[in-house]
Design a protein around this ligand. Structure first.
Ligand code: FES
Ligand code: FES
Length: 173
């Protein structure tokens, strides 16, 4: 798969990674971001593009369990990585605990920021740095919500935190 071709003089880079449990080996131009790869050639449009500059968090995905802004990550830098997007977290029959909590707490309105919020929240819980609601607000501050659903998002995360760090991480794998 040749992705991002706009200059034939630049050599392609063979890059292998696992996305949502599926192995890919792709021939990529070095300027292709993970976000453009996901939403373009791979048709995983659950990951959203907001600012495209690392400022809104809409594009947050999990890379080897860590939350990362996909718009700031060059795809060729991810050789050997394991990437999880919102599509890989659960299914309608078996939602990830964080997805369930967002529904139960009505933690979205338009939903545009929600895939990034959920991926970020899962990464946050796995980090084990949250000790209070104030920590949740502070450590989720990189994920903006133009609808202002922040209170319910914090409620959902607080709820899931009671289920333990390992369980949340395992559910995302
Ligand atoms: S689209 Fe990546 S941080 Fe806004
Ligand atoms: S739910 Fe609309 S931007 Fe967050």
């Amino acid at each position: 798969m040749d992705i991002g071709s706009r200059n034939d003089a630049v050599p392609l880079c063979s890059t292998a990674f696992v996305i949502n449990g599926q192995q890919f080996t792709l021939e990529l131009h070095p300027w292709v971001t993970l976000l453009d790869l996901l939403r373009g050639a791979l048709e995983l449009s659950g990951t959203k593009k907001g600012c495209d500059h690392g400022q809104c968090g809409a594009c947050t995905v999990l890379i080897d369990g860590e939350r990362i802004n996909a718009c700031l990550k060059l795809a060729v830098s991810l050789d050997g990585a394991r990437i999880t997007t919102i599509e890989g977290l659960g299914s309608p029959e078996s939602l990830h605990p964080m997805q369930k909590a967002f529904i139960e707490h009505d933690a979205f309105q338009c939903g545009y920021c929600t895939p990034g919020q959920i991926c970020s929240a899962i990464g946050l819980v796995s980090e084990g740095r949250v000790h209070s609601r104030a920590d949740i607000r502070e450590l989720m501050s990189g994920n903006l919500c133009r609808c202002g659903a922040y209170t319910n998002i914090a409620d959902a995360i607080e709820d899931v935190m009671g289920q333990g760090r390992n369980q949340i991480r395992e559910a995302a794998e």
